[in-house]
Structure formats: structure tokens, C-alpha cells
Ligand binder design. Structure first.
Ligand code: ZN
Length: 283
């Protein structure tokens, strides 16, 4: 519908705005807004650092994948975590949760004692900007990993994952088909034991989905052991495998509640996993 049909008779005619531009103005989101508080923190922190992975072009625009690294107080060998948000561009909770998680670690660094945390809050920058699950090219990037994908986002993230040798990988998501939390346990055998306490802690904010079938997969206590092909995770050739978690909040719940649940799960994981591996070594 044309704008002029709504114009009031006595008002001067509004300047004609091309429809595609209006749509762009309404829907485009700016990742810089989301990340600005973290960028400000890096200026006063001796533990939080910003860098950017390789850039890529789409149309006339240049995009980058931002990386925020938090180095906790040292205790023995560091455990190296890769924390990924927003591979589906319309799932905001994960991107916001990473910002909030790092803000809390900046305030209380000892929460991350023994950890090096490398985080990528916006892994699908064009989808984030457009508020779409897919990249602007129309691809579900979370089905493209480790298949020789030509997509720049995938190549950039695969290079990073190969270089970083993570001990654990967490990818944060939101699902509009569930009203409760759940997660996928992938990678090393210990993953479900790492995920369970985190889900239990987050259950104080959002209950665990206890269905025996979630998203088409067998599930137990909110944990799925199977997964889709091509999701963001470690290189299949990696040995030993890191623990790998995909955490899902109900996308239709208030954003604040989803962020709190993700952050609670992350704080629990960084507190509990070091105990878990030290018990393991004593057995
Ligand atoms: Zn998702």
C-alpha cells in the first residue's frame, strides 16, 4: 500500500520514501549497539579483550565477527572455552547472554578462575542485522559446518575453531517450539554430566523440558545426545573431543528471562566443570 493514501488532506505531502528503504529502517538491527558496553569495558579491564576475526563483504557492506576474550585468574592449566551466540540471527537471547555473562565476569573475575573464555556473540552478522534465522544469502549457517562450505562466516569460524583447540564449546540458541529449556550434549562422553548441573541451575528461572522427544530427537531430563548434521562445533577430526553443548531457551518467553537462564547455566558450568575434572582425575 502506498503511503500517500494515508496522508491527511490538510498536511503537506510526506516525502516519498522507497518501500525497500523503509523496510530496512524498520527491521535492521545494529550489532554495535549490543556490543558497545563490552567494548567500553575492554578499555578499563586487564582481563577482557576485543578483537575481530576476518571481515567479509555482502553487497556493498563489510561485516566482521567480533571476538571478546576473558582471561580468568590462573589456577593450573587454563581450561579454554569457546562460547558462540547468534548463529541463528533472530535468536537474540544468546547474544545478549554473552554480553551479560562477560559483564559479570568483569565485575567478579574469580568466577572464571582457571578459564580462558573466547566468545563470539554475533556469529551470523547479516542475520542479526535482518532479524532472521538465516544469513542474508538465505542459508541456515548451523547446518553448514565441516562440509567444505564456501560461506565466509563458516570459513572464518572454522579457521578460528581449528586454531583455538577449545576444551569446551557452547553454542547458545532460542527455540520457538518449546516453552521450557533443554540442551544438546555432543562431543566428549562427559558432556551430559557437564550439561546436567547447568540445566538444573537454570531450571530455577525456566523449567527443564522433560518430554521424551524434543525437536524430533530422543531426550532425557532435557538432554538430547543426537544432533543435526553441520552444526557449529569442533572439527570432527579433533581428538580428544571437547565437551560440546547447545543450549536452548524458549524463544517466546520474555528476553530477560531467557538471558538470565543462559547466564545462570554458564556461571554454573564454569564453577562446576573444574571440580568435575578434578574428581575425574582422582578416580
Ligand atoms: Zn538456533
Amino acid at each position: 500500500m502506498s503511503r500517500s493514501r494515508h496522508a491527511h488532506a490538510q498536511s503537506s505531502p510526506a516525502p516519498e520514501i522507497p518501500q525497500d528503504l523503509t523496510r530496512g529502517l524498520k527491521s535492521r538491527r545494529d550489532a554495535r549497539e549490543l556490543l558497545r558496553p563490552l567494548l567500553e569495558l575492554t578499555e578499563k579491564s586487564s582481563r577482557l579483550f576485543h578483537s575481530s576475526l576476518a571481515t567479509f563483504e555482502f553487497g556493498n557492506d563489510l561485516y566482521r565477527i567480533d571476538k571478546f576474550s576473558f582471561i580468568g585468574p590462573q589456577r593450573g592449566d587454563y581450561i579454554r572455552l569457546g562460547l558462540f551466540g547468534g548463529i541463528h540471527g533472530d535468536e537474540l537471547a544468546g547474544s545478549h547472554a554473552i554480553v551479560e555473562f562477560l559483564r559479570l565476569l568483569h565485575q567478579t573475575p574469580k568466577l572464571a578462575t582457571g578459564w580462558e573464555i573466547f566468545s563470539y556473540p554475533v556469529c551470523n552478522p547479516t542475520g542479526f542485522e535482518d532479524n532472521t534465522r538465516f544469513s542474508r544469502k538465505g542459508l541456515d549457517l548451523n547446518r553448514e559446518f565441516w562440509h567444505n562450505s564456501k560461506e565466509p562466516e563458516i570459513q572464518i569460524l572454522e579457521t578460528e575453531i581449528n586454531q583455538m583447540n577449545f576444551n569446551g564449546i557452547i553454542s547458545l540458541h532460542a527455540d520457538d517450539t518449546t516453552d521450557r529449556m533443554y540442551g544438546f550434549a555432543r562431543g566428549s562422553q562427559v558432556t551430559r554430566h557437564v550439561l546436567a548441573p547447568s540445566l538444573n541451575a537454570a531450571a530455577k528461572i525456566i523449567p527443564i523440558n522433560q518430554d521424551r522427544c524434543i525437536d524430533g530427537f530422543d531426550a532425557e531430563d532435557g538432554i538430547i545426545s543426537d544432533c543435526y548434521e553441520g552444526v557449529l562445533g569442533s572439527n570432527p577430526a579433533t581428538h580428544p573431543k571437547p565437551f560440546e553443548i547447545v543450549l536452548e531457551t524458549p524463544q517466546l518467553l520474555p528476553l530477560k528471562q531467557q538471558i538470565d537462564a543462559h547466564v545462570t547455566a554458564l556461571l554454573t558450568l564454569v564453577a562446576e566443570y573444574p571440580k568435575f575434572i578434578s574428581y575425574g582425575q582422582d578416580l
